[in-house]
Design a protein around this ligand. Structure first.
Ligand code: NAG
Ligand code: NAG
Ligand code: NAG
Ligand code: NAG
Ligand code: NAG
Length: 447
């Protein structure tokens, strides 16, 4: 009801030719986007004939590609030059990157629908545009700049211009991905339309995005994706651009992978909040290397009530929270300690045996699954000032005959992945530079 009133007020403002911005600021209610997991039948990326285990293995590849991406990004950031990543080679693991989550939003006037990869690991939002010199295949028609009444080339006077390569003619971007994929084009401004969960549309004018005119890439096994929705910490990212309008915060709540609900919402502004009273908060790391991504200060891990006692400095770059990795990844030192702890834990059960065979993914810690086994341990990530509790349902992937720890080893990057974030409300607050979280039944994350 309130939404309808708001819409009427907005229409009224529009009729008076007042800019939309104050209208949105006036209602300051926030908005949300539907987040669709790739395993959801509603996802354009859904592959109906994959067994769950196949899906599981595919998800591992996604996670490993993410680790490699963050590693390269981190090395890039650590080099200490002042170039922004768009200007440098900015990498995203598209080769194995079956995007985990997509969002749908509207672009231009008249509004056309775009399906973009939701990525907390990249900055600039871009979509393929016509005229196109070179475009990869996509189901949605290319975005035609001549057909949109609200399209503008970004002005060199725009405060984001320093994130681009500008000359007399205008500003361009070039985003390079590490397996040869890239997107290059013109820095542009458009009116974006976000469909709220109540079915109301909110238009946000003049957001800077990349109009990709030379693109090469593969975005998974379908042609559903038309680009990337960037939500990292860079100035060009949507969270930064929407800024005060959405109180510099967003949240999501990922439903259990095996629940019927595989859709949730990416919520902005006032919609992004934690309802329960048991929320915990931890600051984002402020190191040079985590200027772009969401790093958290991780100090130790507890498994089944036993603290591992990891040495200080085990996570020199902290732990990146990422919705684009399915399972978590732990650097070598931490993984080895975690592995020993699970080995000790399960050695107490006579009917639980370590499983090493071809059918289980390489590097995975899998065990036989006797019927009726109930004593699965839980795990806690000890962040600065906050304990992130991972109940056993989010810790193991269960098959009828075996189960595996849903965490893998990586060279040196540590990532808190989506599987461990199931049924937790996660709030990213860039103003206070804090991540907050609390358990929640995400299947009830209704409109
Ligand atoms: C981006 O690259 C261009 C051309 O290589 C350079 O002139 C400009 O200074 C760079 N911008 C930044 C912010 O580093
Ligand atoms: C795009 O948004 C701007 C700013 O609110 C507005 O003035 C303009 O009318 C919009 N363009 C179209 C074609 O709706
Ligand atoms: C985690 O497991 C330990 C040991 O079994 C148990 O004491 C503790 O209550 C569990 N924590 C939660 C939050 O369930
Ligand atoms: C990380 O947190 C610990 C306390 O848990 C603190 O001693 C340390 O200074 C923090 N590191 C950084 C880089 O903030
Ligand atoms: C990652 O590990 C490699 C070797 O395993 C090392 O050379 C490199 O410096 C590490 N990178 C970081 C950022 O710690």
């Amino acid at each position: 009801m309130a939404q309808t009133v708001t819409m009427v007020i907005c229409l009224f403002f529009n009729l008076l030719s007042l800019p939309f911005l104050p209208c949105i600021a006036l209602m300051s209610s926030g908005f949300s986007l539907k987040l669709i997991h790739r395993d959801s039948p509603h996802s354009p990326l859904y592959q109906p004939n994959l067994f769950d285990f196949e899906r599981f293995k595919k998800n591992i590849k996604i996670s490993e590609a993410r680790a490699s991406y963050f590693q390269q990004l981190s090395e890039l950031m650590g080099k200490g030059d002042s170039k922004t990543p768009q200007n440098e080679s900015f990498r995203l693991p598209l080769k194995y990157h079956e995007p985990l989550f997509t969002v749908e939003l509207g672009l231009g006037t008249p509004v056309v629908k775009r399906t973009l990869i939701f990525d907390t690991g990249s900055g600039l939002t871009w979509t393929q545009c016509k005229p196109c010199i070179r475009c990869f295949k996509q189901d949605q028609p290319l975005f035609e700049i001549r057909k949109s009444g609200s399209f503008r080339f970004m002005s060199k006077k725009n405060k984001l211009a320093k994130s681009f390569i500008c000359n007399m003619l205008g500003c361009v971007y070039y985003v390079q991905y590490y397996s040869g994929q890239f997107s290059a084009g013109v820095a542009s401004e458009e009116n974006f339309t976000f469909q709220t969960t109540a079915g109301v549309f909110r238009r946000v004018p003049g957001l800077v995005f990349g109009c990709g005119m030379t693109n090469q890439g593969s975005f998974g096994s379908t042609n559903a994706v038309s680009g990337i929705f960037g939500m990292d910490k860079q100035p060009v990212s949507f969270i930064r651009q929407l800024g005060g309008l959405i109180k510099e915060r967003f949240s999501y709540c990922l439903p259990a992978i095996d629940s019927n609900t595989k859709e949730s919402y990416l919520r902005f502004g006032e919609e992004a909040m934690i309802r329960g009273t048991n929320a915990q908060s931890t600051p984002f790391l402020k190191t040079k290397r985590s200027a772009v991504f969401y790093g958290l200060n991780l100090s130790d891990i507890t498994i089944g009530g036993q603290k591992l006692g990891l040495k200080q400095g085990t996570f020199p770059e902290g732990c990146i929270i990422d919705s684009g990795s399915s399972v978590s990844l732990l650097n070598r030192k931490a993984f080895s300690a975690v592995k020993n702890s699970f080995e000790r834990y399960f050695s107490k059960f006579k009917n639980v045996k370590r499983l090493v065979r071809k059918k289980t993914p390489a590097g995975f810690l899998c065990y036989t699954h006797p019927t009726g086994l109930k004593n699965f341990p839980n795990l806690t990530f000890h962040f600065q000032g906050a304990d992130f509790h991972v109940p056993s349902v989010n810790l193991f992937m269960y098959e009828r005959k075996f189960f595996c720890v849903a965490m893998v080893e990586s060279k040196n990057v540590t990532i808190l992945g989506a599987y461990q974030q199931q049924n937790v409300r996660i709030l990213y607050d860039l103003k206070d530079e804090m991540l907050s979280f609390a358990p929640e039944d995400c299947s009830k994350d209704a409109a």
